[in-house]
Ligand binder design. Structure first.
Ligand code: FAD
Length: 288
């Protein structure tokens, strides 16, 4: 199984994020999406896990299924808050046994904002646990260009991020809409001596209402002009316009030197395929 860290550095990576389907209908839609997006030959894909680590089993099932049936690696999102070290160590053992070598190590959020329970408080503790595993996993972590909502301030946020990222192989960011936020993040990490690759996460605004809600939870600033315009369009026109706006942002980030683009698909193929089509000539050798 390919380690994603081995793909970083030559040409930019292009990757997709999925979430595990909740029911049979959602599973069918994901199958169609996977089939469609596989034609773009992504560098890798990633699979989220539910809040508080609910559904680690469903994440694992989907990651293993993709790894065994597709030509690209799937990375498992793994949250640690609310879990014991024993539970997480068992999960790592079963990922290793299934040949899954790429893990996105996350704190996750305590249920209902309650006090932290379980053996973990921060993602760094999970990174350290993974690094002590006998199998050499590739470890990614989360970064928040506009600062994590629970961080006391920007300096505090960047210090903890640099400490965490220096123990990992690379980071993927929360979604954002202003490329200046990404540039500032990289400059601030460099000031702290952290030069690990940071792949920007790009969200096509196909469902403006839901994405507004996610943005308010994770501290992403919404560009009002873009959202207002998208909200007035028909579904077909909105998907097209959302893909164009996301492709423009992605291009700008690649021009700046981003090591790849990670697309939040919301399990829907249309916008992601269009973005891939627009970006592939610039990305080099892949084809559609
Ligand atoms: P951490 O890196 O632990 O940071 C959390 C907060 O703690 C930050 O404010 C940080 O500054 C602070 N902190 C860190 N270390 C210390 C310290 N030593 N002392 C004091 N404060 C400290 N959530 C899910 O439930 N499932 C998913 O699949 C999922 N996927 C994601 C994918 C990406 C790319 C991103 C960006 C986020 C994802 N999330 C997911 C959300 C994530 O779990 C939440 O943002 C969570 O609140 C923080 O996770 P983290 O790994 O960034 O935490």
């Amino acid at each position: 199984m390919t380690r994603i860290s081995d793909l970083l550095g030559d040409e930019p990576t292009f990757s997709f994020e999925f979430f595990p389907p909740a029911d049979e209908a959602a599973y069918k839609q994901l199958e169609t999406t996977l089939e469609e997006l596989s034609k773009t030959v992504p560098s890798f894909v990633s699979v989220t896990c539910g809040a508080g680590g609910a559904g680690h089993d469903r994440t694992q099932e989907l990651v293993v299924q993709i790894c065994t049936s597709r030509q690209f690696p799937a990375m498992a999102h793994l949250t640690c808050v609310g879990h014991s070290r024993f539970e997480i160590a068992e999960l790592l053992d079963s990922y290793a046994a299934a040949g899954v070598l790429n893990i996105l190590a996350l704190a996750g959020d305590p249920p209902d904002g309650s006090a932290v329970c379980g053996d973990f408080k921060y993602a760094l503790e999970l990174v350290e646990l993974i690094r002590n595993h006998p199998v050499s996993f590739c470890v990614a972590v989360a970064a928040h260009p506009e600062v994590h909502p629970r961080s006391r301030d920007r300096v505090f946020d960047r210090k903890h991020l640099a400490d965490k990222l220096n123990q990992a192989d690379f980071a993927i960011t929360q979604f954002f809409f202003d490329p200046a936020d990404y540039v500032q993040l990289l400059n601030e990490l460099a000031d702290l001596g952290c030069y690990r690759p940071v792949i920007p996460g790009v969200m096509p605004v196909i469902w403006p209402k839901s994405i507004r809600r996610y943005a308010s939870m994770n501290g992403s600033t919404v560009p009002e002009e873009l959202f207002a315009r998208l909200e007035t369009l028909s579904v077909a026109d909105r998907f097209k316009a959302a893909a164009e706006a996301a492709a423009e942002l992605a291009q700008c980030l690649l021009d700046f030197g981003a090591p790849g683009i990670h697309l939040y698909t919301l399990n829907h193929p249309q916008a992601s395929t269009q973005i891939a089509r627009e970006l592939f000539p610039k990305l080099g050798t892949r084809y559609l």
